[in-house]
Structure formats: C-alpha cells, structure tokens
Ligand binder design. Sequence first.
Ligand code: SAH
Ligand code: SF4
Length: 351
Amino acid sequence: MGQTLDTLTIELAALGHKSYRARQVMEWVYRKRVESFEAMTNLPAELRAQLVEKFPVANFEQVRLGGAADTTRKFLFRLPDGQLIESVFIPASPALYGMTSDRKTLCVSTQVGCAYGCKFCASGLRGWKRNLVAGEIVAQVMHVERATGGRVDNIVFMGMGEPLANYENLSRALAILNAPWGLEIGARHITVSTSGLAPQIRKLADHAVPVRLAISLHAATDAVREKIMPVNKKYPLADLFDACAYFTSRRKQKLGFEYILIAHVNDSLEQARLLAKHARRLDAKVNLIPYNTVEGLPWERPSVVRQQEFVRTVRAGGVVATIRREKGHDIDAACGQLRLRVEDELAAATA
Ligand code: SAH
Ligand code: SF4
C-alpha cells in the first residue's frame, strides 16, 4: 500500500485513531502479508472499513513468467491501469563487482518506460509512460516472494526506468524495504542504479537509508557518452564525477561503475584506460556487461577476445573489474524487452 509507519501514523491520527494502530497495520501488511484489510482481525471494524476506502489494494496481475526455476526468472506484471512492468528474480546472484553470493536478488522497475532514451536500451524505446508509486515498487518484491516461496534479500534498482527521476517514490520505497517494521532488507543489500542524475545522486547520498550506488557509465569520455546517453548533455562527466565524489564522501561502500561493452562504440582500449583512471580516482569498482542485443537496435557485443582485452586493460589500471557472463542472452534478457514483446503480441491479437 506504499505507506511508511510515519505517513500512516499521520493519516490514522487524522481519522482519530491511536498511533499504535499504524504499527499494527504495518505488521499485517509487511510481516503477516495478508492481502485484504478484512483479515486484520485485531483492528476495529470501523478502521478496517476506512482503510479499505482510503487505500484500495491495487491488484497486481502476473501475466507472464520467463526463464527456468533454477536460473533467472522474469516476471511481467500488469498494473491496474493496464501498464506492464518487469521484475527479474535471480536466485543466486552472479559475480557482481568481484563478489559472488547466494543471496536471492530481485531487479525491480521504478517507472513504466523511461524518458532518458539511452540509445542501446529497450526500456526507453517507447518513451516514458508514468512513475511507479512506492507501493508498486515494494509490491514487486512481495509478489515475487509469494510466487517463489522464499525471501528476497538483495534488491537492485536496475529494471525499467530511471529510479532517481522518480525520487520521492524511490525514497519512500527504500524506507519500506529497509525498515524493521517493513521488509527489513539491509541497506548494503540494496543497490540503486542511475544513468547519472547528478543532483539526485547528492540527495541519495544524504538519504536515511545508506544504499549502494551503481552508475551506468558506459563511456569514459563525454564525446563517446553523448552519442549513446542523451543525459550526458545535461550532466557531463565532470558534474557526474563531482556528485560521485560527494556520494563516496558520505558513504562507506564503494561506488560501482556499470559499463556495457558495445562493439565499435565504447570498447576501445583507450576508453578502458580512461575508465580505469576515473574508477581509481573515485575508488569505484567496475562491472563490465557484454551488450545484450535488443530487437530493432543495431548494436552488438564485442568479440570475446576484445572483451578480455578490455577487462585486462581496466585491471592493469589498478581497478577491481568483473565481467558479467549472462545466461539469458536469448530470452529477452535486457530489461524492458519482455514488456515490448508482450505489448506487440497483445496489439497483434487485437488488430
Ligand atoms: N535507469 C537506470 C536503471 C535501469 S537500467 C540506469 O540506467 O542505470 C539497468 C542497467 O541495464 C543499466 O546499467 C543499463 O545501462 C543496462 N542496460 C540497458 N540496456 C542494456 C542492454 N541491452 N544490455 C545490457 N545492459 C543494458
Ligand atoms: Fe532509462 Fe536506464 Fe535505459 Fe537509459 S539505461 S533508457 S536511463 S532505463
């Protein structure tokens, strides 16, 4: 329902209820995970009726499930207004920044579509539709936990949308995910990924929940980055790195630089050397991702030989760098792709 203990306490006080009632509701929603207010048996009937009216429970329909049970599973959800979003469940996390773990990771979406229009990305292909509210961000986690019968204990904001462009809802969702009255997921197990919104990076650096930050860098010079990421015109590398430096000054955890390798676009060894230089200066780790081809886009991943040369060059610069080996290359692996395909199928079916 997207309320925090604070916001609900205020809402219920306005209706004349005692403050412990908010805590009881939180317990039902995030701990006992009941799906209706009627099931909250220790609440007075009047309050239950008010809750039903004030916070209608949005039904969140699972329309498609991709992948196998033991590997990455991709959930496609339909929201009450018909929009589609994706969440990707990764039962055992891949090596990320040199660490492997048996954590159950969920990659969540924060918007329907994306306004940032990075040239390589499926999420932005059809533009931006709307922000997800906090409840819709948290509901992805709760739904996947229900569907898989286990707890998600690592969250990455790397699904559809730009989380920092939906800051208020992101902020509230972080509070719910992290709080002891909420899903209680440790802040070091929550990673927010951004294409580089410098002012919001500074805001996040001061957020009460000390999450990890990943920067979708994808190029080591303005000239190359501008070609593939329009956001770089607004926040060029110098501004972005200043914000990154502020972030690291406020947090213990290292920054992550995400770098997709796209053949003949950003995979020169000169870029690798400069990437290492930036990463060393900001004490960031580098995660290299061979590009996942997206239908309708011309980009391709470099040869394995070039991928290896690139990672060796970054490491030679004194930086920790990993390279992701994806299994899901052919099952609409890049976020946003499954949604586009199902939208097309639905359009074809009704045509
Ligand atoms: N908007 C945020 C978070 C969502 S994108 C951001 O850009 O960081 C999550 C990551 O997936 C980003 O690093 C993005 O650049 C990457 N990505 C997008 N399309 C991809 C593709 N086709 N192959 C591999 N990674 C991709
Ligand atoms: Fe948006 Fe991130 Fe995709 Fe860029 S990479 S279009 S910011 S979702």
